[in-house]
Design a protein around this ligand. Structure first.
Ligand code: ADP
Length: 230
């Protein structure tokens, strides 16, 4: 669950108020699109939710943790409750698909038995069977994106944040990715997906959070258009 109460963030270097008195609640199990123009404050929101930056005022709660009061030593434990798919995937070139995903569990000293079970499971969940031994350079853009998604899911996060995951792939693959995310959401993972693809958001419908100049200017559930995509 995500809860922001009167949250403001100002970057000291520029004096820009990137988020201004934001109030936002995303309940467990929800799927929400976050939209808004470049510079609106979307990345700032993500950084805030990951506790990469702190709010200047207000209260931020994520997955039962109060980020405003959190001690530094608690941050790694907290971050493990979140999976992130970055826009540029951030896969490690010298590792195979399997290793890229297993790495997440290895760094937290997960038991080998769990790794052997969980990694193939998420690989099949994203439809990358047969690619486990491939390196990122041997994958298509869509496959790299799925690998990044599998890596974000391997630790069974409560919240999945996808930052423009469809930014670098064909529209058709973008739609497939959202369908995949919807399937994951149905299984209980809360999903926040940041996107510029307004057409796609209209197609799927659901909860749309529109940020403009650091403020939430629209936050409603809309019906999808259900139009078949060519
Ligand atoms: P978006 O992700 O929607 O494009 P951002 O959250 O990156 O928007 O940016 C919101 C505002 O904060 C913009 O005006 C941007 O220039 C400013 N900003 C973002 N990051 C920094 C930073 N590290 N230092 C100073 N200003 C920043």
């Amino acid at each position: 669950m995500v809860e922001l109460k009167h949250v403001s963030v100002t970057y000291e270097s520029t004096g820009v108020e990137a988020l201004s008195d934001v109030n936002l609640t995303v309940e467990d199990g929800e799927f929400a699109f976050v939209i808004g123009r470049s510079g609106a404050g979307k990345s700032t929101l993500i950084k805030l939710l990951l506790k990469e930056i702190d709010a200047n005022s207000g209260e931020v709660r994520v997955n039962g943790y109060n980020l405003t009061k959190m001690k530094k030593r608690k941050v790694p434990e907290f971050r493990r409750t979140i999976g992130v798919v970055f826009q540029d995937y951030r896969l490690i070139d010298t590792m195979t698909v399997y290793e890229n995903i297993a790495f997440v569990l290895r760094v937290i000293d997960a038991p080998m038995k769990l790794i052997r079970k969980r990694v193939p499971y998420v690989i099949s969940l994203v439809g990358l069977e047969g690619k486990a031994d491939s390196y990122p350079s041997e994958l298509s853009g869509g496959e790299q994106q799925r690998c990044a998604l599998a890596r974000a899911l391997v630790n069974d996060p409560e919240l999945l944040i996808a930052d423009e995951p469809t930014g670098n792939v064909d529209p058709e693959l973008a739609y497939e990715l959202v369908e995949l995310l919807q399937g994951i959401n149905v299984c209980g993972t809360t999903i926040l997906m940041v996107t510029h693809a307004h057409e796609m958001v209209r197609h799927f419908g659901g909860r749309i959070i529109n940020i403009s100049q650091g403020e939430v200017v629209f936050d409603e559930v809309i019906g999808g258009t259900d139009v078949e995509v060519e």
